[in-house]
Design a protein around this ligand. Structure first.
Ligand code: PA5
Length: 460
């Protein structure tokens, strides 16, 4: 069981833009400062995502409740958006067989399907609610703030459908929200709905190992303890201010350095694994919403994360990575063992042109392609890293979540911004509230009316 980060492809020995030994030494004061900024956040108590021991009692409550709540369930539906949704999608893809929801109950060994409704497109909302039998479903309303418009609209619809079907909210809903604040918390108390706490010091995009991820995982019978153990093992490897001893710091520092010193601010994450394909969107949200900020000195900073999947994207985005602007770094995730690996058949009568495939497996082909793409990028002077993961299971997935969360906090120290807020999304939310007549936001009228209107002469 191991997750190893190979950063050689980021260094001067591999690519002309990478730091050499002297440049790495020169980074030391900034690394020390990034670790100090991490430590001051930790001691201020705002990095609750890493305090997994403190969440043990709530986790035990989740497991206990799920053991009985999952009986007789066909469907678990997550209503949530952003950090309240992407972790559950990633867990489903990583830890359940492919196309889980398309499998029969027998193939699922009686475990439920998992749907994540992370948009308010009526096509998806109606499509899903028409598909499932609410009488055999548990709907998880996931919102840290307990007030997000998209999730609340979905909740109102489900509540209405439950009432119309004569089903009780307490048996078919569960809330995952802040321990004290927000509309869901109030409703939970009033209506006796099972409710699990997202610790006050854990924000949405850092919440996958809180009940936001563990409630759906437990209802699906996934290895919650394995996730947590893997995350703790990674956390405990990532404390030093020495680059070689702290993989999360090394990732953060080299990505930041590439951005600052070589204009390589597009950070691609490319797992060579279908099981890890939804790690990409989860990482994109974490890296983008945490690091894309206006700094106190007025500078706009932050990388642009990009999700790709190997080998699929070798036939889509890799051309851009190889020959497009030199503004990218690519991080591969190479899975060393595929327990369900398949030999590539090459019996009598197979075309001679395809003989090179003989004696190999699909897993070997995937890994060979990963190595080949990394080598080709390096040859073109493009910086890469590789995360080597022994296999895809709960322990390693927990470790990957923790790795990227810690890296995000270190990167924030280097960029000089607050990774835990998201002021840039507020104005859009307020203008939505204004349009819907929300009484608290009618003061936005002036802003709304001062916006440049669409010019009919330029509507083509
Ligand atoms: O990462 C974040 O904080 C956000 O993306 C939130 O997860 C998202 O806005 C949903 O918020 P909430 O969980 O409060 O409904």
């Amino acid at each position: 069981m191991a997750i190893r980060l190979d950063v050689s492809g980021m260094l001067r020995q591999a690519v002309p833009t990478g730091p050499d030994a002297a440049a790495l030494d020169a980074l030391a004061p900034q690394l020390v400062a990034a670790v100090a900024s991490f430590e001051s956040r930790r001691s201020a108590g705002v990095l609750g995502f890493r305090e997994l021991e403190a969440q043990a009692a709530e986790r035990a409550r989740v497991l206990d409740w799920a053991a009985s709540a999952r009986r007789g369930l066909d469907d678990v539906i997550v209503l949530g958006i952003g950090g309240s949704a992407l972790g559950a999608v990633c867990l489903r893809t990583a830890l359940l067989p492919r196309d889980w929801n398309a499998r029969s109950s027998e193939q699922r060994e009686g475990r439920p399907r998992l749907h994540v409704l992370d948009n308010v497109d009526p096509r998806s909302v109606a499509g899903l609610l028409d598909l499932v039998d609410l009488a055999r479903s548990r709907v998880l309303v996931v919102s840290k703030s307990g007030s997000t418009a998209e999730t609340m609209a979905q909740y109102l619809l489900v509540r209405d459908r439950l009432a119309k079907a004569g089903l009780t909210a307490r048996e078919h809903l569960a809330f995952i929200t802040d321990p004290e604040k927000g509309a869901l918390r109030k409703l939970a108390a009033a209506e006796g709905i099972p409710t699990f706490d997202v610790p006050a010091n854990v924000g949405g995009r850092f919440s996958v190992l809180s009940p936001v991820g563990t409630v759906p995982a437990a209802l699906l019978g996934l290895d919650v303890q394995g996730l947590v153990d893997g995350a703790i093992a990674m956390r405990d490897r990532c404390t030093s201010s020495a680059l070689r001893e702290n993989p999360a710091l090394a990732y953060a520092a080299l990505q930041w350095h590439a951005n600052e010193s070589a204009g390589q601010g597009a950070h691609v994450l490319m797992p060579y694994s279908d099981a890890l394909r939804d790690l990409g969107p989860w990482f994109v949200q974490l890296w983008a919403e945490s690091l894309g900020k206006r700094r106190a000195d007025g500078q706009h900073v932050g990388p642009t994360p990009i999700a790709a999947v190997g080998a699929t994207d070798q036939h889509a985005q890799v051309q851009l990575f190889m020959e497009g602007p030199r503004d990218k770094t690519v991080t591969f995730v190479d899975v060393e063992s595929h327990p369900d690996d398949l030999p590539i058949p090459h019996g009598d009568g197979a075309p001679a042109d395809l003989a090179y495939l003989r004696g190999h497996t699909f897993g070997e082909l995937l890994r060979a392609e990963c190595r080949a793409t990394a080598a080709a990028l390096a040859r073109g002077g493009r910086p890469t890293m590789t995360l080597r993961v022994s296999q895809v299971d709960a322990w390693h997935v927990g470790g990957l979540f923790m790795f990227f969360e810690l890296a995000t906090i270190y990167a924030a120290g280097l960029y000089g911004i607050d990774p835990l807020d998201q002021p840039g999304v507020e104005l859009g939310k307020q203008l939505t509230y204004y349009q819907f007549g929300h009484p608290e936001w009618q003061g936005m009228r002036e802003v709304w009316e001062a916006l440049p209107a669409s010019d009919p002469n330029w509507v083509l």
